[in-house]
Design a protein around this ligand. Sequence first.
Ligand SMILES: CC(C)(COP(=O)(O)OP(=O)(O)OC[C@H]1O[C@@H](n2cnc3c(N)ncnc32)[C@H](O)[C@@H]1OP(=O)(O)O)[C@@H](O)C(=O)NCCC(=O)NCCS
Length: 356
Amino acid sequence: MTGYAAITGWGKCVPPAILTNDDIASVIDTSDEWIRTRSGIRERRVSHVPGSDLAAVAAQRALAAADADVNDVDLLIIATCTPDTVIPSTAAHVQRKIGAYNAAVFDLNAGCSGFVYSLSVATSMIRSGAFKKAVVIGSERITWFLNWSLRDTAVLFGDGAGAVVVESSEQESGLLYSHLGCEGDAAEALQIPNFGTAGNRFVDDYGVFGVQFDGREIFRRAVKGMAKETKIVLNELGLTDDDIDRIIPHQANLRIIESLAKHLSIDMSKVEVNIQNYGNTSAATIPVAMVEALEAGRIKPGDRILLAAFGAGLTRAAGLVRWGDRTTPLQTSDAELPPCNQTALEILAEAIKHTL
Ligand SMILES: CC(C)(COP(=O)(O)OP(=O)(O)OC[C@H]1O[C@@H](n2cnc3c(N)ncnc32)[C@H](O)[C@@H]1OP(=O)(O)O)[C@@H](O)C(=O)NCCC(=O)NCCS
């Protein structure tokens, strides 16, 4: 290991079309009250473009915040479980869109834990000395995969992307330690069946594919799994709950976040929560919440920030980030998504028609 891997830039991109709970209640049997009280979600975003577009804008904003030249990026990892295409990787699309042609690029699918997994991989690759400057992105267009006849699942997800720039540094900062795991015995608790080589694509009625889950099983395993990984990370670093300045947890359900905080005896005032605005954007929740915490001045130089996630797999992950000296961007980017001239319900109309 040589030195550290500091986070020097950050950016997010959420699509403009907003889907409220009432919008959903106008097409399926649910209510704003049920969704709010069971999950904490009030609204989410629906993308009018492929996930790589969201990722590219988030990455360009992160590069500007770091005042980094895209030609110096030698590694680009995108955490996504909703790729634009199976071949090529979403990372290849993003490389083309931002012009990062000197980078090794790949997708990493660890479901909603994907960003913590990817940050861990990028940090190790930089600390090994083999790479110098990475862009790590969490980006999802998960509304594209929803089955609107499964109301427990369909109401929880939204689209978005967040990105960070990670650079080799001598200062003790960035991801100091992480621990990753998976509970493959419960792999089927969260899945998109009928999609991929396990299926028979030559049957007449290939069927509808969409995200489905066993909500209660995931809820139980999520709290236990994140608490377990978190304790491993704190023990390894010789820290206690009191040493944590902020927690940025995966945003899947407000009640899961509250249970985790209780488990760790950490006050909710230290916990980043934005699920009310975006729902579960899978691998994008943590980087988006990190960007919003920085923009709102809730991250201070030297802060110890705990990341905790779980997701399809069922993966689980935790990591401890020591923030560096700078909490403001060096530059801003003028990167923008193409304009959207549809409402969220209009974007989803066909998906709702075919899956309901
Ligand atoms: C899905 C989840 C919100 C359900 O909350 P819950 O309190 O466990 O609710 P239950 O599953 O017990 O369902 C309670 C009732 O609400 C109903 N219900 C489910 N979805 C509903 C919806 N969208 N609107 C209205 N009612 C709904 C159920 O049919 C059930 O009715 P019943 O009691 O008559 O059978 C919760 O389990 C959860 O968030 N799990 C984690 C899922 C997740 O985030 N997965 C991704 C991980 S990255």
